[in-house]
Structures are given as structure tokens and as C-alpha cells.
Design a binder for this molecule. Sequence first.
Ligand SMILES: Cc1ncc(COP(=O)(O)O)c(C=O)c1O
Length: 351
Amino acid sequence: MPSLHIYPKRYAHNLKMMSDLFHSHHVSGMVVTKVFCADEHLIQIVNQSDFEYIADSKIENLKHIETNKPKVLLRLPEMTQVEETIKFADISLNSELKVIKALNQAAEVNNQIHKIILMFDLGDLREGIYYKFEYMDTVKQILDMKYIELVGIGTNLTCFGGVIPDEVVYEKLKKIKNRIESTFKIELQVISGGNSSSIAMLLENRLPHFVNNLRIGEVLVLGRETAYGHHIDGMYDDVFELHAEIIELKEKPSMPEGELGMDAFGNKVSFEDQGLMQRAIIGIGRQDVYCENLIANDDMTILGCSSDHLMVEIKKGNYQVGDQVIFKMNYAGILSLSTSRYIRRVYEDNL
Ligand SMILES: Cc1ncc(COP(=O)(O)O)c(C=O)c1O
């Protein structure tokens, strides 16, 4: 059975490097746990870290997380989940007045205060009130709600539109903050300025001071900022490794024979004839991970995959049927392998 090998000590190291960086700039952090489905071993590592919050996009994950840190629901709450949001999240990110009203009602029933961060869309075109449109009436209505506490504002960048955070983008958020604070004579505690794509600015000492919080997932598991995809010196890019078995190893042609139609997923296929090659089939496929999201070692090249089979060309090295092959993976790879129930998890003690 393929297994996802997890290195908690590497994750702890990455957390420490980032929390030191954050705190030296007076920025608090929300550790995003959805990429590993809030795995409880890694949650323990987050609990031991100096980061302030745990965040996840799924209520189902927040429900099971055991922590003393405040829990944050990252994805906008569904109307059908307002009760659970109140129950399992201390803070939620929001952009819809209708939902915030429902949260207020649910909080009233439970006689509790629910905290929210109001999201603004600065042009990336995912969640948030579009920054050019009117929002002051929405803020006023939120401030009038008895069971909702507006703890801050936030934005999400480099997610849908690929917008890279910079001084010009952040100026838009700063104007919103200043306008809300001066009009309503309040101080917003949290200005949540983005995700792993803001790490480049933080490293270069360019993150504007008014941004005092970031929500980060990818940088902690892959050791890279996501504005430009640069690796960060000293961080691990292999907190997760996939181990999967060679189930067939044979010399075969590189070119299929016969009239070529579609592959198992309905894609038109084309091949280049490279003569005979040493080909291995590995026992994992698209049901668990898209092979585009796996990174092979230098001995082999990934040729493609169907639902349960991954085809590679073995270029060098001494491999046999039954051998385990190790792959690194990108963020989408960790996400799908963590989610697949056909993958065993193995926790490694070493760094
Ligand atoms: C609202 C929100 N903030 C932050 C993140 C974290 O993003 P990243 O993994 O790029 O740091 C995500 C995605 O998981 C998200 O949906």
C-alpha cells in the first residue's frame, strides 16, 4: 500500500523558522492545516509552536482539532453551517452580510460572542467585498450586531487571480482600515494581509507595518514562498514524502502500437518514439494523486498515470519489482494524498 511519510520534526523546524520571522516583525500567524487534513500528529506540533492561531477551511477539521489556540474558519461559512461555525470556530472569515446576520442569530441562541474578520477583495477575485464598492453600511450593520465582534479585516491574494502582494495592493487595504477606524472610532485588532505569498515581502522587510497577521499553509510544508515560488534557505521542502511500490518492471517500446484514440481519462494522447526503454509501473494513480503533482528522483522520468497506475521510465539505478520508490510532491500532491483513504500514513522520528 502506498504510504505518505511525514516528518513532524521537519515541520516543527519550519514552524520555528517562520514564527521567529513573524514575531521579529510583530506579525501574528494563523497556521493553515487543511493541506494535511488537520492530521493530529502535526496539530500537536502546531500546538507546541509560538504561532497564535490554528486555521482550516473545513468545519469538519476544526471540530476534531484539539488545541488551546483560537480556531479560525478560513473558508466563508455556509448558511447551512452557521451553528457549527459558532460552535467549532472562535473566529471566521466573512464577506456576506446575510451569513453574518445568521451567525449573529446563532450566537444569540447560544448566548456567545462570535468573532469575525471581514474580507476585502483587492483584485485577486476570490472572496471579499470588492474594495472599490461601498462597504461602510455593511461595517455599520456588523458593528450594531450584539453577538458579533468585528476583530479585523483581511484579504486573500495570489489565489485565484495570481495577484502578487506589493505596496500598491496593500495601500488599498490600508485605506479601508483607516476609513473604518476613523469613521467608527474603533481600532481593528487584526489586519490579516494574506498567505504564503506575502512571505517574500516579509523576508525583504517590505511588508507594510499595518499588516499584523498572515495565514500560512504552503510555506510551512514546502519551505517556499508562493509569490514567486522561491525556496527559503534553511527550510525543509520534504516534510511529506510518498513511498510507492514498483509492481511491474520491463523493457518495452516508448511508442504505443495501433491507431491512437484517447487515454483512460478521455485525453487525446501523443507520444514520441524513443525506441525501447526500461519502464516501471508503480502502484499509485490519479485516484490518490495526479502524477503532475509528484516529483521523481533523478533516476526516473514520470511518463503518465491512469487511476491506479503510475508509469515511469527508469533511466539509471538498480531497481527491482517490489522496491519502494520515493517521490516528493507539490502542494496539490500533499493535499490529495492526505485526503485519499488508500494511503497509509507513517510518522518518521528523524529530521
Ligand atoms: C483564506 C485563506 N488564507 C490563507 C490560506 C493559506 O494559503 P497558503 O497555503 O498559500 O499559505 C488559504 C489556503 O489554504 C486560504 O484559503
